[in-house]
Design a protein around this ligand. Structure first.
Ligand code: PA5
Length: 336
């Protein structure tokens, strides 16, 4: 489709009404405010928290880890694989996070925790994870089902500061929906600016989780490649890749933070001078709100809508993920 303001055309491509799920994101976050474990977590304060998850569920873990980094004196490790890392001892806490409850890697993490006697909490909408946790009397937080995992990040969070973030994303919900014309809709403008180029998304250290989230949302919703990186680390490696002619086919997106350190602001300025001319185009978006969670969620929500409009520009249904589903189906089938 060419015109992101054509509501009838949007409905034709968005056959699963993804726009309504995105518009309800602030309500989803409000749901997460109530504590919902079905039995209390007992035992001592953990020495380390391991969050096991994949894809959209791991993204919720990234957010928790990013918010905890400057406020909680317990390390939070996001584990994206089978089994558990060696830090998962009986003095740790495993949070097994799978929206569907049927992700093999997360089930393997919980099974390993049971073997290693690591205290655990399951966060899921159901599936085998909910069943196994119930059977083994592991506390469960059961979240509302029926969504795509990457669009359920609000349900998977439970941070008290989310209350402050709600105001910001509620305001954004009113600004970014399909009814708001491109001229005053940041997500539509970003999607149009990216166009046929591949997005390269960079953020500072405090909002780096948002840059990675943009990449994965663009990959799953718009079904195209995306690059992401975090300053200052990307200054030490990825920056050199911008010397290649292929950089002209990329669209730079800087995710800036109103609260970023002066050193990071200076790095963005110098980086723009060095690689801005090589890119096919540049866009900059800014965080909203004060708390880390508000700043992260405001960027992530903008990225969700941007990837949604990019999908529409490419005439693809933002909801379905046929290759991912086929892969899971084949892995679930008996080996030949
Ligand atoms: O967004 C998606 O659909 C995927 O990235 C899933 O989150 C991923 O495959 C893991 O599934 P689940 O979140 O149900 O554990």
């Amino acid at each position: 489709m060419k015109d992101l303001d054509d509501l009838a055309a949007i409905r034709t491509i968005d056959v699963h009404d993804t726009r309504e799920v995105l518009a309800a994101f602030p309500l989803q976050c409000r749901d997460a405010l109530a504590p919902r474990a079905d039995r209390p977590l007992t035992g001592r304060r953990p020495r380390v928290i391991v969050i096991a998850g994949m894809g959209g569920s791991a993204a919720a873990g990234d957010l928790v880890a990013a918010c905890a980094a400057d406020r909680v004196d317990v390390p939070v490790v996001v584990h994206r694989s089978y089994g558990l890392p060696a830090v998962a001892t009986p003095e740790a806490l495993l949070i097994a996070m799978s929206y569907s409850g049927d992700t093999a890697e997360v089930l393997s993490a919980l099974t390993t925790a049971l073997e290693w006697r690591v205290p655990a909490l399951a966060v899921t909408a159901g599936g085998e994870l909910a069943r196994l946790a119930e059977e083994r009397r592991i506390p469960r937080v059961i979240v509302r089902g029926g969504l795509m995992p990457r669009m359920a990040v609000g349900h998977l969070l439970g941070d008290a500061e989310i209350a402050e973030a709600l105001d910001e994303i509620s305001a954004l919900a009113a600004e970014l929906g399909p009814e708001r014309p491109t001229a005053v809709n940041e997500a539509k403008r970003l999607a149009a600016a990216i166009g046929d180029r591949l997005p390269a998304i960079y953020a500072g250290p405090e909002t780096g989780a948002a840059a990675y989230r943009w990449k994965t949302d663009i990959e799953e919703n718009a079904k195209t490649f995306a690059v992401s990186g975090v300053l200052p680390e990307m200054n030490h490696n990825e920056i050199e890749a911008w010397r290649r002619p292929v950089a002209g086919g990329l669209h730079l997106i800087f995710l800036r933070d109103h609260d970023e350190a002066p050193e990071i602001a200076r790095r963005f300025a110098v980086l723009t001078g060095l690689i801005g001319g090589s890119a096919g185009g540049i866009s900059t978006s800014w965080t909203r709100g004060k708390s880390r969670i508000a700043r992260l969620l405001s960027l992530i929500y903008l990225g969700q809508w941007t990837s949604y409009y990019l999908a529409l520009l490419y005439d693809v249904d933002p909801w379905s993920v046929p290759l991912l589903e086929e892969l899971k189906r084949r892995l679930g089938a008996p080996a030949p």
